[in-house]
Design a binder for this molecule. Structure first.
Ligand code: SF4
Ligand code: SF4
Length: 185
């Protein structure tokens, strides 16, 4: 079969997240949802989410559209980086340590994420309960197959372009680090 060339422009942020959102709703129909959970996967107890430059740009653009890309937010991102030492690699020189942190967009309590599902990190959407009735995490997992299918060559190329344009040293970084790397201040 003839190879179909990938389009040069990636779909918009909501369209790229739709397969992940569809799967989340399929799981919710089976009772595997986060409605009764404290949201422990967004706190330093379990959150070590890393995002790409494209995901960071999606999130920044949405925050700007909501009037939330403010000096106060940027200060909060910086405080998060400092508190959880997200800018320090405390590995042994061969391996890096993936650090945990409380996401600056988490508000305490069930369904505490303050980001639209159409703009939040892919990994957040792909991480779901594996059984009904989860209240404090403990039985949740990331759908790695779906995440792998998510990344097209076109999107990888855009990540490389953003990395070069902003002189980024990472392919993926904690949410606040990635967002700050796209800020002017
Ligand atoms: S973006 Fe939302 S779901 Fe993802 S870690 Fe932050 S608060 Fe949690
Ligand atoms: S049920 Fe699992 S995925 Fe959902 S909020 Fe709780 S810890 Fe996170």
């Amino acid at each position: 079969m003839e190879n179909q060339a990938e389009p040069e422009v990636i779909p918009d942020a909501p369209a790229r997240r739709q397969p992940l959102i569809d799967q989340m709703f399929r799981l919710a129909d089976q009772g595997h949802h986060c409605g009764g959970c404290s949201g422990v996967c967004c706190t330093f107890l379990a959150n070590s989410m890393l995002i790409t430059p494209v995901e960071a740009l999606d999130l920044k653009t949405w925050l700007q559209s909501q009037g939330r890309w403010t000096d106060e937010l940027i200060l909060g991102l910086k405080e998060c980086v400092k508190k959880f030492r997200l800018d320090q690699d405390l590995g042994d020189g061969r391996r890096s340590i993936r650090r945990t942190y409380t996401c600056p967009f988490y508000r305490n309590g069930p369904q505490g994420c303050s980001i639209s599902r159409h703009y939040k990190p892919y990994g957040c959407l792909a991480f779901n309960a594996r059984s009904p009735g989860v209240t404090e995490g403990g039985n949740c997992a990331s759908d790695q197959d779906l995440l792998e299918k998510q990344l097209t060559e076109t999107e990888s190329a855009l990540n490389r372009k953003l990395k070069a344009a902003h002189q980024l040293l990472f392919d993926k970084a904690p949410i606040p680090v990635a967002l700050l790397s796209l800020s002017d201040g």
